[in-house]
Design a protein around this ligand. Sequence first.
Ligand SMILES: [Zn+2]
Length: 203
Amino acid sequence: MVAELLAGNRRFVAGEFTQHLDYYKSIAASQTPSILWIGCSDSRVSEDVVTGSKPGTIFVHRNVANIVSFNDVNVAALVEYGITHLKIPDIVICGHTKCGGIRAIEEGVSENYIADWLLIAQGAKDKTDRIAAEQGLDLEQKLDLLARENIRLQIKHLNNISFIKRHKQKTGLPRVHGWLYAVETGQIEVIVDGTGEGSAVKS
Ligand SMILES: [Zn+2]
């Protein structure tokens, strides 16, 4: 498999890179991405591919279940750099269907680090549990709802980070969008429209 990746790189250099040499030279000089993407690490959700974007478009952070934690220095540094230095106006938090992280939040896991990490999404599970009990949802419906509620919760977490709060008060940016990618169809559904009222998320 590793050899296949290197062979793929040689095809990329000979094909796409050479055909669009001016573009790749321009982004070699400096990057000016317009989107900051916080997605799941899942191998099926490749942000460049599913959005038809070229390298240089999306500044990326991915982790298990597309979680934003206020005490995660990694995501904090990425967001600060993306907004302050790269002047990125739009952040997308993208979850997806059939997410192993979402299923683990629902069913629980015994592994220490994974369980601790997923605790950050517990608020989404609590809300989903309530709605599922009221509406009599089955497991698949519940997992679908939990993926959506997790996106809303992580947007709330992001909007509550002090740096983001202050920047929004001063400039009105960044706009924060919530998307759900369906691995079954390849389609993206907008869960929270960061340009309108939908961005004012309530828990
Ligand atoms: Zn996932």
